[in-house]
Design a protein around this ligand. Structure first.
Ligand SMILES: *[C@@H]1O[C@H](CO)[C@@H](O)[C@H](O)[C@H]1NC(C)=O
Ligand SMILES: *[C@@H]1O[C@H](CO)[C@@H](O)[C@H](O)[C@H]1NC(C)=O
Ligand SMILES: CC(=O)N[C@H]1CO[C@H](CO)[C@@H](O)[C@@H]1O
Length: 490
């Protein structure tokens, strides 16, 4: 677990310890509005230049993306809870899944105040229908294509790729996808609905105030957990020969009431699909909000070893890391971590995943299994960071990290053109590259905002985010950002 600057929480944190930490958040000065704000124009033009340095090759690269998807209803979280008559609970609590309205209020409160992204399964169908009905009637609600795979597919298609998308969708859903997306999966009549409770920074719900804009997602999905499109995807994949295979959306399996052994069978099948892909195909796995330790253990064993590349946010990084270290899942972490903290966690994750890879290959004399991790992308509110192994297939890391950073603003503000008056920098004017004493500090230069340097066998690049101050939507942000980073690297 992190100590000092980074707050980490372990599963089953008590209300008392949560209260202490919330107090610590309140005592912390708010993220500094730096003098840099007057230099935003310069940072923006420099990031745009960095993004533009790497073009895509002439042909449309082929990318395969799985699995699943849904229809999202996006509402203002606090307005919905008010409408349902759900008052602020005095007990913010973590629940692995939601059985009743009281647990929903407790779970929402737990993530709302720190402003951490979370996604939970609702086991109570009656409750979930009530939530959906109330959301349908809520003024200002929006519907959109949801799920990691379709969102990443949309971004990749927009960026110039031809996409094979694995998922079972309704005919209307498939109709609104880009013409550059081919669907592999069965047709279903009723798509699964996910409910996105968005909230801006500084929103209040009773005694709670959100520290940053984010969303809390609930679903009661009963198609996606079974990876229904896996077989079709596998078949179509054989002739598709993608440059990149992206896997995401597996959090739909989190805390889902599977029969004994069912989940493992599904993930073994998925593992076989990944391991049978050509060495010329890069494999990227996008993490998500997982709390189910059984599922995470299966992912570490059956999925992660087949990926060359991993993408995740500031919550998912410490969560995965604590599991690799052999401790419990970390449900909630500092939503605004320092660069140094994140880089140290990334180095450790890179080292631990690759150590497992080497060990697996030492134990297995029959031949190499799995792949080395050669790319790691972490997206946070304040900055983007990518580690890439030197000499690996991943290109243009500097431009990719700049593009990821610009995409974060574009997505959250809901506009392809970035307006500096709706943005601010919350990254410090200089950052330390590690929390180790005596580590180098790198100043944030407005004419060269992206910093890249070599360490061990890899390169690290960090870019500040022009954080959007007029939030349109946070859900789907990580997927757009991750996809945008990947597109320049293949
Ligand atoms: C499920 O939700 C409904 C509606 O909120 C509630 O009346 C019922 O008690 C809940 N069931 C369980 C088992 O908690
Ligand atoms: C870790 O989780 C297990 C069961 O999930 C629990 O018994 C144990 O107390 C937890 N350890 C810590 C340090 O919280
Ligand atoms: C900024 C941006 O392009 N956001 C997109 C994220 O992905 C979804 C689905 O592809 C788009 O609808 C958003 O516009």
């Amino acid at each position: 677990m992190e100590r000092g600057l980074g707050f980490s929480f372990i599963k089953y944190a008590t209300a008392a310890s949560l209260a202490v930490v919330l107090l610590a958040y309140w005592l912390q000065p708010p993220p500094r509005v730096s003098k840099l704000d007057s230099r935003l124009d310069l940072v923006l033009s420099s990031l745009l230049r960095a993004e533009g340095k790497a073009g895509m090759n002439d042909a449309r690269p082929r990318v395969a993306i799985g699995l699943g998807g849904c229809v999202d209803i996006i509402v203002d979280g606090v307005t919905l809870l008010h409408k349902l008559g759900l008052g602020p609970t005095d007990q913010p609590l973590h629940h692995d899944y939601i059985e009743n309205a009281e647990q929903l209020a407790q779970s929402f409160a737990y993530f709302f105040a720190p402003g951490a992204a979370a996604e939970r399964f609702v086991s109570n169908k009656t409750l979930f229908s009530q939530l959906v009905e109330a959301s349908r009637e809520l003024p200002g609600n929006r519907w959109s294509i949801g799920g990691n795979a379709p969102v990443m597919a949309g971004r990749m298609a927009t960026e110039g790729c031809d996409v094979l998308l694995g998922g079972s969708y309704s005919p209307d859903f498939a109709d609104i996808l880009s013409q550059h997306i081919t669907v592999a999966g069965n047709v279903v009549e009723e798509p699964d609905i996910h409910l996105i409770l968005e909230y801006p920074s500084g929103a209040s719900w009773g005694q709670y105030t959100s520290r940053r804009a984010n969303r809390y997602i609930v679903h009661s999905d009963d198609q996606n957990p079974y990876l229904a499109s896996l077989q079709d995807f596998q078949v179509k994949l054989q002739d598709f020969h993608p440059k990149l295979l992206v896997m995401g959306g597996l959090q739909m399996m989190d805390s889902f009431p599977f029969q004994q052994g069912e989940r493992e069978t599904l993930l073994s099948e998925l593992g076989r699909l990944l391991s049978s892909s050509s060495p010329h195909t890069g494999v990227h796995f996008e993490m998500a909000s997982f709390v189910d330790e059984g599922l995470m253990g299966d992912l570490l064993r059956l999925v992660v070893p087949h990926a060359d590349s991993l993408g995740m946010n500031e919550q998912e990084l410490p969560n995965l890391l604590s599991l690799l270290r052999g401790t419990n899942v970390t449900v909630l972490s500092d939503p605004n971590p320092r660069v140094a903290t994140v880089l140290d966690q990334m180095r450790e994750l890179y080292r631990l995943v690759n150590r497992r890879h080497s060990q697996a290959n030492e134990d297995n004399s029959a031949g190499a299994t799995g792949r080395r991790l050669t790319r790691l992308h972490v997206h946070t509110l304040a900055f983007q960071a990518i580690i890439v192994t030197r000499g690996s297939q991943w290109k243009n890391t500097m431009s990719a990290v700049a593009k990821a950073s610009l995409t974060a603003n574009r997505h959250v503000c809901g506009s392809p053109d970035i307006d500096p008056s709706k943005a601010r920098l919350i990254m410090d004017e200089s950052f330390s590259i590690s929390r180790q004493e005596g580590s180098q500090r790198i100043p944030l230069e407005e004419t060269r905002p992206v910093s890249c340097w070599d360490e061990d066998d890899y390169e690290i690049c960090v870019a500040p985010v022009l954080v959007c101050t007029e939030v349109y939507q946070t859900a789907g942000g990580g997927d757009n950002v991750s996809a945008a980073g990947l597109v320049l690297q293949i």
